[in-house]
Design a protein around this ligand. Structure first.
Ligand code: HEC
Length: 161
């Protein structure tokens, strides 16, 4: 029994070391993204939009320079977007519960998706197993092919509250 436990601990350790070079599907939500630079609160009121609700964009230190000046994003740069419901309270629209999280991580191996790893997570950070090409990249390619597939702007950060 003790031996089995030791084997399990070893495989967990191996798994966490392997997480640095993840394949799509096993990607984890980066730890501590809440402390990265954060955009202002963004509200999308169009119910037909995928972005309906409230969202915030987070960007790590590595990617900030390119976000500002348009240069090439260094390998490993990461964006996280956190989505919340929009709810009515006393005639005002306010931020509700978290409902989804998405990640873009610079990864030159991901040739099919423009050198970014795209991944989606549930509100509690569990991988949602979405297809990154159909569900993510097609849209990013359409909107931002000339901006390394990054759609949002540094301005959204400069105006942060
Ligand atoms: C319908 C089009 C569309 C689809 C589909 C889509 N996105 Fe986006 N994405 C956007 C738009 C528009 C923004 C910019 C939002 C803003 O400016 O506030 C964005 C922003 C992002 C950002 C912040 C970096 C950037 O490009 O500005 C990440 C990370 C991201 N999306 C990941 C994903 C992932 C992962 C998926 C698939 C689960 C996905 N997106 C699917 C349109 C889309």
């Amino acid at each position: 029994m003790r031996k089995l436990a030791a084997v399990m601990v070893t495989s967990v350790l191996l798994l966490s070391t392997a997480s640095a070079s993840l394949a799509v599907g096993t990607v984890l939500l980066p730890r501590g993204y809440e402390s990265w630079d954060k955009s202002r609160q963004k509200i999308v009121e169009d119910k037909k939009s995928l972005f309906y609700g409230v969202h915030y964009i987070y960007l790590d230190k590595k990617g900030m320079k390119s976000y500002k000046d348009g240069g090439s994003y260094p390998e490993g740069s990461r964006f996280v977007v956190v989505f919340h419901n929009l709810k009515e309270e006393g005639g005002k629209q306010v931020e509700g519960k978290k409902n989804m999280i998405v990640l873009m991580q610079r990864d030159k191996k991901q040739k099919e998706t423009g050198g970014w790893l795209f991944a989606g997570f549930s509100a509690d950070g569990k991988p949602s197993g979405i297809d990154p090409v159909k569900n993510c990249f097609d849209c990013h390619r359409k909107d931002a092919a000339d901006r390394q597939f990054v759609i949002s702007n540094y301005e959204d950060f400069a105006r942060k509250k």
